[in-house]
Structures are given as C-alpha cells and as structure tokens.
Design a binder for this molecule. Structure first.
Ligand SMILES: NCCC[C@H](NC(=O)CCN)C(=O)O
Length: 431
C-alpha cells in the first residue's frame, strides 16, 4: 500500500501546483452568474480549461451547456474502472452564486486533475478512465436527469462530487422533490360596483396557501412544502381573474413524495372548487430523487478528509441533518455515488447574499481544494482496493432495494435516519 500512499501524496501535490489556475477558474465562474441551461460563460471557461490541460473534450455534450472531458490510463488485461467527477455551475436569480456552484465546478476540476496526475506518476493496478461531466441546471430543471436519459452515466463505476455547506459531512439525506406550478383562472369584474359578477382567482390562491398550511400539521417532520405567489392580480379594484403560484414539495423517499403530492394536489384543487375557479397544475421540471446513501463511500471519504484536516460530526448527526434536494439523487439510482458537503470558511447559509460573498472569497479556496483532495483520494482507494468497490456496489444495491419497500412498512432507513430530522446546519468544529 506504499504505492497508494504515494499516489495520495501526488494528488495533494498536483492540486497545490494547479491551485492558482483552479482559483481563477472558480473566480471567473463566480463573477458571471448564469441561470439553469444558460451557463454559456461557465461552460466556455470549463471546456477551455480541460482542453488546455490536454483532456479529450466533447463540448456540447447532449445539452448546450453540458460537457464531457475524458482521460484514460494505459490499457491492462483487467476491464477498466470508470470514475466520474461532476461539475455544477448554475447560479440563482438575483443573488448570484448563493449556493457556491462555482466551487463545485472547481472541486470537480481539481479532483480530476489530482487523480490523473497521481495515476500518471505510477503504473496503476488496472486501467482507469476518468470522466468529468459538466452538468448544467441543478437549481432549476435537472441537467443530470437529461444526461441520465442520454446514457451519460451508463458505463461509470462510481460518480463523485461535493457541495458547499456550513460544515464537512460525508452524507446528508437530500430529499426527493417535485415542483408544481398552480394556475387559477377566475373572472374579472369591478371590485366595488359588481363584485358578485367576478370569480376571484386570488381567493383561490390564498385558500390554496392556507390549505397547505393546515396540512402541515399532518405532515411527517421530514416533509417540506414551500411556495410563492408569482402572480396575485393586477389592481385592487379589479377582481383578479388569474393567479399563479409555484410550490416545491419534498420528502425523504419517492414513496413519501407520492403521498405528499396527492395530499398537496387535493389542497390546490379544493381551493378551486371553493371559489369556482378553474385550476391547472403543471410541472416544468423533472422530479429529483432522494440521494441514496453509500456507507462505504462516505466512510472512505471521511477517512481521507480527516487526513487533510476535516472534522466530521457523528454519523447519527449527519443522518438527522436536513439539506435541500439535488438532481444528483437521480444519479445515485443509476450508479453508486457520493455527494458530501463541505465547509467553505463561513457561517453564512446557502441561498443568501452572504453565501454568495463567501463562495467568491479567497478564504474558501483552502477548504475547496482539500475537499477535492479528499474526493480524489477516495477514488484512489476504490482503484487500488477491489474489495472496496465490491462493498460500494453492495451498499448501492441494498439502498435501492430499501427504496422499493412500500410506505407503511418501516424500513431500516426510516428507523435509523428519518425521525426528528430538523437541522440543515452541521457545524464545523472550528466555528
Ligand atoms: N428545483 C430544484 C431545487 C434544488 C435546490 N438545490 C439546492 O439548493 C442545492 C443543494 N442541494 C434546492 O432547493 O434544494
């Protein structure tokens, strides 16, 4: 295992050598925040970066702003092992890179460079193919789901990425999500002279919002429903003939999400019945699945993370934390995957202007690069230890089987991880 140790050192050295270029890459992405499927500048920056590093790049890979960069070590008698690293790079409306996806892109790029550098310095035990996928539209749409449908993950053995947060964690149970747009159609009328001639679409919107609030008492603690009114009418003296809401429904499993969806749709539909409005429910984006856990991958990542100075809360704390949702969940149903969270040197919370600032700060660099080191070192463990890969595959099979157990029967996951989840925030020990 001296060779593995040497490779891990090489990962760290290569990432340090490339640190200035990597920092410039994430800075340039951060300075030009772009929304889902429109990340043209980030796409250009990343594809140029990989081309300049002598990777084989497919620039518009199934989607305009997706890409695939590939490198392979020399062939051996064994079948190759295929490792995927993912880069996200979409931003949020108005507040820029408030979820730090510029740093996700940097982690993916740094880990890929580090792993390649390490494998080039030795004769690896088997052929290794590294693929970096540029995956647009995580915040809205689900670019990874488009890429799954195009077969992008079909021959991968493991897929790795990491997401900025408030602390380091090997696995946090990201939830399945369904987004729904609710449109109410009423009838306009003079609000003072002939209100009885109108059908009030705003009343329907308010009832829908309140119906959901009433439902909340009967929701499981892990369920989340939150929404906004996108159109609430045009003038107080016109009975609103049209309103529009957008809601996100989230639950820790696909089964629960189906239950929540049925209950929520009843809330939206009954508001239409009560007011005499017509209602239209639609979903413009793919449902994101929950992120399947992989104990072996998470444990290996945490062991490597500790080597580069990370601190992790207990597994129980991690499992009881709450995060958001990600289209990486769908990836974990296709191939064993790891989606750890990482500290970026700030107490700010994701989706705030303060987090945008933190994601562009010099301070975030140290934490971002150590995350990349830990991901690449995890890939090395998989490459050098065939038993580890077998255990990763077993974990993956088991997690998928558990998902299929009908609701009503408590699965081990329900018993272990889901009760009383309350906090997104895993604190870093240094805070
Ligand atoms: N419509 C999808 C929303 C995804 C969004 N993702 C994040 O915040 C990234 C952290 N997992 C979310 O609201 O969860």
């Amino acid at each position: 295992m001296a060779l593995l140790k040497q490779c891990k050192q090489q990962v760290c050295d290569v990432i340090e050598q490339e640190s200035e270029k990597l920092h410039a890459l994430s800075q340039d992405i951060w300075k030009t925040p772009e929304l889902a499927y429109k990340e043209h500048t980030a796409h250009q920056l990343l594809t140029s970066f990989f081309s300049s590093q002598a990777w084989e790049v497919q620039a518009h890979y199934h989607l305009d702003t997706a890409f695939r960069a590939q490198w392979s070590s020399e062939a051996t008698d064994c079948p190759p092992l295929h490792v995927g690293f993912l880069c996200e790079y979409d931003a949020m409306p108005e507040i820029g890179h408030a979820c730090g996806h510029n740093l996700i892109a940097e982690v993916g790029a740094a880990a890929a460079l580090g792993l390649r550098g390490a494998l080039e310095s030795v004769q690896p035990p088997r052929q290794v193919q590294i693929t970096v996928l540029g995956t647009p539209a995580e915040e809205d749409g689900g670019g990874k789901i488009d890429l799954i449908k195009a077969g992008a993950f079909e021959d991968m053995d493991v897929v790795l990425m990491a997401h900025p947060a408030q602390g380091d964690a090997g696995y946090i149970p990201d939830e399945a999500i369904h987004d729904v747009t609710v449109k109410y159609y009423g009838k306009a009328s003079h609000a003072s002279a002939y209100p009885w001639e109108g059908i009030n679409a705003l009343d329907a919107a308010i009832l829908a919002y309140n119906n959901i609030s009433v439902l909340r008492q009967q929701m499981k603690p892990t369920w989340r429903v939150h929404g906004i009114i996108k159109n609430g009418g045009v003038k107080p003296n016109i009975i609103p003939d049209y309103t529009e809401l957008e809601f996100y429904l989230r639950a820790p499993s696909l089964k629960d999400l189906a239950d929540l969806r049925e209950k929520s749709y009843a809330c939206f539909n009954s508001a239409a019945t009560a007011t005499g409005c017509k209602v239209e429910l639609s979903s413009s984006t793919h449902d994101f699945y929950d992120v399947l856990p992989n104990k072996t991958l998470a444990k290996t990542y945490k062991e490597n993370g500790k080597q580069v100075g990370m601190w992790f809360a207990s597994e129980e704390t991690e499992l009881n934390a709450m995060a958001g949702s990600t289209d990486f969940g769908n990836v974990t149903y296709e191939v064993p995957g790891l989606h750890p969270y990482f500290y970026i040197g700030s107490n700010a919370f994701n989706h705030t202007a303060e987090y945008t600032e933190a994601a562009g700060s010099e301070k975030a660099q140290y934490y971002t690069l150590r995350t990349a080191k830990s991901l690449a070192m995890t890939a090395l463990d998989v490459i050098f230890n065939p038993d580890l890969l077998e255990s990763i595959r077993q974990d993956w099979k088991m997690a998928k089987e558990m998902e299929d157990i009908p609701s009503g029967i408590d699965t081990a996951r329900d018993l272990n991880c889901r009760a009383g989840c309350s906090s997104f925030h895993i604190k870093n020990k240094t805070e």
